[in-house]
Design a protein around this ligand. Structure first.
Ligand SMILES: [Zn+2]
Length: 274
């Protein structure tokens, strides 16, 4: 019986038609694997499985994930991370490195509506937020400096207006759960935060609004609640309003201060592919 494997066009383009067809025919597919996203066992003979190609500077590794966790895709990582991943992924298949160089993930460029004009990059902090009696996985995005509107040369900070135009809503009360922002999602792979993906209003593939230069390691608790809820709360505030907070209670305090000052926006996003 053929395995229930998804091979996206991007993955196919990287590994080649021959390898993709061999996988789909079951010649080169694993009997079982540990999902690169949630790390629990999967079996392509019994459940839909995504092929996930991790591409480093020199090598690439094909790994597998539950299709319900993440869609089939190509994930760019540093060569160092890839070597670390090779040691931790089971059921991987080594494939030749793609001929075309893969551009490194850049946080500034990935900011899309933020990059280009300024030097600011988006800092991201992960933590869990208590809403009512429930812990929710959250990420807090704060640029290192003002974000200018593309094409604008003024000194102003357009970070919040740009996000509100994209569908984020101002937060007046941190205890209220943010509403879902259609089209956006959060990409977690190999237990790490890789990107915040922005829907494409014209249809087609989402693009990275923020992409980790180095994927962020997530705590077990954060991953557990993300896997349980399949939704991540994404908060954003302009440069200088949150800062690096070493503890979740301090992060919460900083969010409440930003909300009180009218400088906090938020949206809820599903995990990518769900
Ligand atoms: Zn999974």
């Amino acid at each position: 019986m053929s395995p229930l494997l998804d091979v996206s066009d991007d993955v196919r383009a990287e590994i080649g038609d021959e390898e993709a067809d061999r996988l789909l025919a079951g010649e080169n597919a694993p009997g079982s694997y540990d999902c690169t996203s949630c790390r629990t066992p999967g079996n392509p003979g019994q459940e839909r499985t995504s092929t996930v190609l991790f591409v480093g500077g020199e090598t690439a590794v094909l790994a597998f994930a539950h299709a319900s966790c993440i869609p089939s895709q190509v994930v760019s990582v540093s060569e160092e991370q890839l070597q670390g991943a090779v040691r931790s992924i089971t059921g991987q298949t080594a494939v030749p490195a793609p001929a075309a160089p893969v551009s490194p993930a850049s946080p500034a460029a990935a900011a899309g509506n933020a990059g280009e004009t300024g030097q600011a990059v988006l800092g991201v902090t992960c933590g869990q937020i208590l809403l009512g009696n429930d812990l929710h996985p959250a990420i807090v995005v704060e640029p290192t400096g003002p974000i200018a509107r593309p094409g604008s040369t003024g000194p102003g900070d357009d970070f919040l207006p740009l996000l509100i135009e994209a569908g984020f809503l101002p937060v007046t009360n941190v205890a209220t759960e943010p509403s879902l922002l259609p089209g956006w999602s959060v990409l977690i792979a190999m237990g790490q935060l890789h990107a915040v993906l922005q829907g494409n209003p014209a249809g087609g593939q989402p693009s990275a609004w923020w992409q980790a230069h180095q994927p962020l390691t997530l705590t077990d608790g954060w991953r557990a609640s993300a896997n349980q809820r399949h939704t991540v709360l994404v908060y954003a505030a302009p440069a200088g309003s949150i800062g690096q907070q070493p503890r979740e209670d301090l992060l919460r305090d900083a969010l409440e201060k930003a909300a009180a000052g009218g400088t906090l926006v938020a949206a809820a996003m599903p995990l990518a592919g769900t």
